[in-house]
Design a protein around this ligand. Structure first.
Ligand SMILES: Nc1ncnc2c1ncn2[C@@H]1O[C@H](COP(=O)(O)OP(=O)(O)O)[C@@H](O)[C@H]1O
Ligand SMILES: [Mg+2]
Length: 472
């Protein structure tokens, strides 16, 4: 669509353009009308458009004309008649009559609508009643033409009184006028509709372009943010390593004995330094995962030892909170295709959360079970037509804590998102853990989602696919 076309308003478009006869009147309806006229009056009739193109035709060549065509002079005379009739302009809203060499008449009326001449109606040739003898103009044409034959054929010509024909044609023009009027109405409506559709299309394209711009800008900002995170965390790490190292040496008395207070303060520096380091590592991991530069060292991994190790690591903090930490892993389980260290990180994060959000006296259960996953369509070079399922391992981290309301379950995987985002919230943390979990699970072609744990608490379900074995 060109701009010029779209910039026109609906009104301009509908009023500024003038439709042609053919746009206003249905061709088939016009043909129908012309044919019923012919059936009724037996008079030849033709309708022409403004450029002289024929739009409807209900006429047969009279036998007389066919006979005249057998003579050279006759042919020439008839050709002359045709051009004269075609070029005769009856002028605005008026009629003209033309008499042919045979004495036959042509009635020509112009079709005007809205002050414009749209075309012409031509009725004829026909003879007025009574005239029996071939006129002089006809008999003098060519001596080879047989006068008796001419008289005979002349008698077969359609007949009509010129005044009656004029009346009939006037009626016809009026009817056409009505048809043109309703055609014009329909045309206006449809062009207005078209114009308004174009208008809203333009509106939508504009909005689309703006959205695309905003989207590009956001993407660029997101990239800058990731870069920033990567640089800053990297730069923070180096001095932090010194702080941790020196505070550790101080607490061990390497630089001289410390008083109990001094020792306690230095230990706090050390502990907070470690916390800070964890945070920075998280940021680095996230930016690596976002930019796709994290490299995974994949191998066949037995998940159960990974889970037992996670449980062991967290048992002290579970005890401290008086939360029971259980592991259930029965039956034969396949190995999954993954990076054991990264998988450990996934389940450490999930279990830490479970412990954090479960109050005194609660239970956190790690469950490992065999499962399966739909094989993605572009997986392997095998038969993708057959729906194959890939063996998988499911790990469930169940707690009896505060749970996560349904509308929040997808959002908690966003970086920095926390259900309780207030500064006065009860539990510490940065909101990075789950976003790292999701990205790591993604990088293993796995899936993670949250379910409710009846009667209370949350269940994080992670499914990780195995390497090659498929199940029917
Ligand atoms: N087991 C859970 N029970 C209840 N809420 C949870 C649980 N795990 C995560 N959440 C919610 O998801 C948020 C994001 O978790 P996470 O990304 O690990 O960040 P953080 O632990 O640093 O707050 C948490 O702040 C908490 O609101
Ligand atoms: Mg967390």
């Amino acid at each position: 669509m060109t701009n010029a076309a779209t910039e026109r308003t609906a009104a301009e478009l509908a009023l500024g353009e003038t439709p042609s006869f053919e746009e206003l009147v249905d061709r088939a309806a016009l043909a129908e009308m012309v044919h019923s006229f012919f059936e009724l009056f037996r008079l030849p009739i033709r309708v022409f458009g403004e450029a002289g193109q024929i739009l409807a035709d209900a006429s047969e060549q009279p036998a007389l004309y066919a006979y005249l065509h057998t003579s050279g002079a006759g042919r020439r005379a008839l050709a002359d008649v045709v051009t004269r009739v075609k070029t005769l302009d009856p002028g605005r809203e008026s009629e003209a009559m033309f008499q042919c060499v045979t004495g036959a008449l042509y009635q020509i009326s112009s079709i005007t609508y809205d002050d414009r001449q749209l075309g012409r109606i031509i009725v004829g040739p026909y003879l007025p009643p009574g005239s029996g003898d071939p006129p002089e103009s006809l008999t003098a044409l060519d001596p080879k033409l047989d006068p008796a034959r001419l008289r005979e054929l002349l008698a077969e010509m359609p007949r009509g009184r010129p005044e009656t024909v004029t009346q009939i044609v006037r009626h016809l023009t009026k009817t056409l006028d009505l048809i043109l009027f309703s055609g014009h109405k329909a045309w206006l409506t449809s062009s207005m509709h078209l114009a308004s559709v174009r208008e809203s299309f333009r509106d939508l394209s504009d909005k689309n372009a703006k959205l695309q711009q905003a989207f590009d800008r956001l993407k660029e900002l997101d990239r800058l943010k990731s870069n920033f995170l990567a640089t800053v965390s990297h730069e923070l790490r180096t001095p932090l390593t010194s702080i941790i190292g020196y505070s550790e040496m101080l607490s061990e008395g390497i630089a001289g004995d410390l008083s109990p207070d001094q020792r306690e303060f230095v230990l706090t520096i050390h502990e907070k330094g470690e916390q800070l380091l964890e945070l920075i590592k998280g940021l680095l991991d996230l930016s690596k995962l976002e930019s796709g530069t994290m490299s995974l060292r994949k191998a066949d991994v037995d998940v159960v030892p990974v889970i037992r190790d996670v449980a062991q690591t967290l048992t002290p903090s579970a005890r401290k909170k008086n939360v029971e930490l259980q592991v259930h892993a029965d039956g034969v389980l396949p190995t999954v295709w993954g990076d054991a260290e990264r998988l450990r990180q996934v389940f450490l994060n999930l279990t830490e959360n479970a412990l954090k959000f479960t109050p005194d006296g609660g239970t956190v259960t790690l469950r490992v079970l065999p499962s399966y996953m739909e094989r993605p369509p572009d997986d392997d070079a095998g038969f993708v037509l057959m729906a194959t399922r890939r063996a998988a391992v499911e790990v469930r981290v169940e707690d009896t804590g505060i749970g996560i309301p349904e509308p929040e379950r997808n959002r908690v995987f966003d970086a920095f998102y926390q259900v309780d985002g207030s500064s006065t919230r009860e539990h510490g943390g940065t909101g990075l853990g789950l976003s790292i979990v999701r990205r790591l699970v993604d990088a293993h072609d796995g899936l993670v989602h949250i379910e409710e744990n009846a009667p209370r608490g949350a269940v994080f379900v992670v499914r990780l696919p195995c390497r090659r074995t498929t199940m029917a």
